[in-house]
Every structure is written in structure tokens, then in C-alpha cells.
Write a protein that binds this ligand. Structure first.
Ligand SMILES: *Cc1c(COP(=O)(O)O)cnc(C)c1O
Length: 392
């Protein structure tokens, strides 16, 4: 292995390099294979090395990689058309990461407040939410401990409790411009918003004349079995952000809004790579595959399949249960063995398993949306054995 000492130390990584991937499988430099139920944290929605994405990348790279954001390009327009056609939104801005899309959403809401709401700027967010790692999106996030990290925070993000409408209502005042919510809290431990809450939240925000922003960076792009997670609830938000799955593994994100909210004027928003055709060409391939006939039905069916298997595992080992939407699911353990199971799964021989533990008593599953039932069975069998061997 190469000496990694020149890399800034930001996380502990195992002593291997990943060299190739195909579908639900990754291979390291020792030739060991891993069944990947993490997929870059719900990023590779079509698995590793998806042929459609490769073809889009190759074709676009031969045409033009970066004409500059000062000009239109065909993939940027095609992807914006696809996203507006399949959603309740009218306008799209492309960026490179979820955090950057959320920064754009925060700026757009504050701009809208300046124009329409007497410069109201407060955006109500939720405890245990995750919106990114820039200073503003860390301030918006409700991750324990993040309120003092890199202090001072960006002001203007009071925190409510998910699925508790009264806690939101209490925070609304003349300075409030929006509520920002993850339809399923991902990093917080796969906690879905309830349909009753989302419906009531839409009614409340409409009645108070403030915006509803959905952060679908993790839950969007087919992950829940709907193309967009807000479609689970029969509500129409004003602003939505997408990331992770929209690029299927390449850095791409998007900020979407309705015509009524699109109030940026030239100079307000931009970015060197916004609408880059190499990335948006991949986005077109991803969205076309997700919206192909039958694809999302299969995601829902496999989500139910995974749910049944996890429930069975939970009953067998007397665990607490499972929860989630579609193929974003969590197994709730009866003790804090999550990180230990993650480590044992990865180092398992001859085949490793990649899963994640956002909380010590929880395992999270974010497989490729085209994962096979056979791969789900293999994952469950490995997990069954690992839980069986875990210390009581
Ligand atoms: C991952 C995530 C982000 C941040 O995305 P990055 O691409 O890492 O900046 C924001 N919101 C949610 C809900 C996420 O899951």
C-alpha cells in the first residue's frame, strides 16, 4: 500500500485500498470482495460502475468537459427538464455536494425573506437533522455537539422536534422565513417523518406564509421507492435539495424551487462547476434509469423484502425492530454493538460486508437500488451469523 501520511487525517480508515467495483460488490487491493450495503452512504443508487453512467461519462468527455458556467450546455438543460418534469418544481440550480445545495436553499429562503417577508431570515430545523459540513449547514444541523464546534455558529436556525408540530409552531415568529426538514432523517438514525406531520407542516407553513424546504439529499432520487421522498406524503414543498443519488457516485447536487420562490437575480448565486456537463450528463443517465418503467416499483418491492428479512432477524435475535422507507432502512439493536458489528462485517473472511452504524444501537442499510434479492439474502445470512457471534 502507498504511504497515506500525506493525507490530512480526518477519519480512521482500514489498511486497504478499494480498486474496483461492480453492482453491489467492491474489491480491494488484496483481491478480497465486499458486499456493499453502504454504497458511498446512499450515493451509488445504481451500484458500482453502472454501464449507463460510464457511457454518459465517456460520450460527454469526448464532446466537452467544461465550457464554463457562463454558457448553456445540453446536459444541464436536459437534466433540469427531467427534474422539473418529474416533480412539482419549476426551476433548478446545480451544484457539487449536498451541503452546497443546502447552502443555496438557505440563501434562496433568506433572499425570498428580504424580498417578500420584511427581511425575515430564521429557518426552523430539527434536532438530530443533518444538512452538511459547511459552517451554515452545520449550524442548520441538529447533530449533538455541533452547536459548539467551530463556534460561533451562523445564527438563525432554531431547532424543533421531528414529528412534533407544536414544537415547530412555538418557534414561528415575525423573523421566521422557512422550515427545513429531511423527509427521512438519515444520519440521525433513519427516522421517517410521519405523513400526518408532513401534511400538518405543509398546512402550517402555508397558513403562516413561510416556506417549506425538504432536504432530500439522502432520501431523494428513488431511495424511498418514490422518485422524491415528499411524494410519499402528498404534499408539495417550495424548495427541495438533492445530492448523493442524483449523481450516482459523481459529485452532483441540485437546488429546486417553484416559480413563486425563484427570486435570485444575477450575482446572487453561482459556482465554478455549476451545471458542469460531465456531471449533469451522468445525472441524466441516473434519472432516466430511475424513471424507467417498473424501476421504482421494484425498489418498493425490494424495500419490503429487506424489511421482512430485517424483521425476521430482529425477532430471531430478540432485537428492538426495524424502520425506514424503501431501501433506506435501519435495524434497531438491543445494545450498543453497532460499531463492533460494522468492523466484524468488514473484516469477515473470505467475503466482507459493508454496513454502517449511525448510532451505536443501530445498523443502517443503503444498498444500490438495483440490488438483487439474492444479494439481500446473502447480506442477511452474513448479518445473522455476526449477530449470533456478538457478545451478549
Ligand atoms: C449527506 C447529506 C448532506 C450533505 O451532503 P454532502 O454531499 O456530504 O455535502 C446533506 N443533507 C443530508 C440529508 C445528507 O444525508
Amino acid at each position: 500500500m502507498h504511504d497515506p501520511h500525506s493525507l490530512m487525517f480526518i477519519t480512521k480508515r482500514p489498511d486497504v485500498e478499494m480498486v474496483s467495483g461492480k453492482g453491489s460488490w467492491l474489491e480491494d487491493n488484496n483481491g478480497k470482495h465486499y458486499l456493499d450495503f453502504m454504497q458511498g452512504w446512499a450515493v451509488n443508487c445504481l451500484g458500482h460502475s453502472n454501464p449507463g453512467m460510464i457511457s454518459a461519462l465517456e460520450t460527454q468527455a469526448r464532446k466537452v468537459i467544461n465550457p464554463s458556467p457562463a454558457f448553456y450546455n445540453q446536459p444541464m438543460i436536459a437534466l433540469a427538464d427531467l427534474l422539473t418534469k418529474h416533480s412539482c418544481f419549476d426551476k433548478v440550480f446545480f451544484a457539487n455536494s449536498g451541503a452546497e445545495a443546502n447552502e443555496g436553499a438557505i440563501k434562496l429562503a433568506r433572499k425570498w425573506g428580504q424580498v417578500h417577508k420584511n427581511s425575515a431570515y430564521e429557518i426552523i430545523t430539527f434536532d438530530h437533522s443533518f444538512h452538511g459540513r459547511t459552517i451554515a449547514t452545520m449550524s442548520a444541523s441538529g447533530k449533538p455537539g455541533w452547536d459548539t464546534m467551530f463556534a460561533p455558529q451562523v445564527p438563525g436556525f432554531p431547532k424543533a422536534d421531528l414529528n412534533d408540530l407544536a414544537s415547530v409552531e412555538k418557534l414561528i415568529n415575525e423573523k421566521t422565513v422557512a422550515v427545513m426538514v429531511e423527509p427521512v432523517q438519515g444520519e440521525g438514525g433513519v427516522i421517517p417523518a410521519t405523513p400526518e406531520f408532513m401534511k400538518a407542516l405543509r398546512e402550517l407553513t402555508t397558513q403562516k406564509g413561510i416556506l417549506l424546504i425538504v432536504d432530500e439529499v439522502q432520501a431523494g432520487c428513488g431511495r424511498t421507492g418514490r422518485l422524491f421522498a415528499y411524494q410519499l406524503f402528498d404534499v408539495e414543498p417550495d424548495i427541495m435539495t438533492l445530492g448523493k443519488g442524483i449523481g450516482g457516485g459523481v459529485p452532483l447536487s441540485a437546488l429546486l424551487c417553484t416559480d413563486a420562490v425563484a427570486c435570485f437575480v444575477p450575482g446572487d448565486q453561482g459556482g465554478t462547476y455549476n451545471g458542469n456537463p460531465l456531471m449533469t450528463a451522468v445525472g441524466v443517465s441516473v434519472i432516466e434509469q430511475l424513471t424507467a418503467p417498473g424501476f421504482l416499483e421494484e425498489v418498493r418491492a425490494k424495500g419490503e423484502y429487506l424489511q421482512q428479512k430485517l424483521l425476521h432477524l430482529s425477532q430471531k435475535h430478540h432485537l428492538v425492530g426495524e424502520r425506514g422507507e424503501g431501501l433506506l432502512r435501519a435495524l434497531i439493536l438491543d445494545r450498543d454493538i453497532g460499531p463492533d458489528l460494522v468492523e466484524k462485517a468488514r473484516t469477515n473472511n473470505p467475503i466482507g460486508l459493508l454496513i454502517n452504524s449511525p448510532r451505536p444501537n443501530l445498523l443502517r442499510f443503503m444498498p444500490a437500488l438495483n440490488v438483487s434479492r439474492d444479494e439481500i439474502d446473502q447480506m442477511i445470512d452474513m448479518l445473522d451469523e455476526l449477530i449470533h457471534q456478538a457478545p451478549k
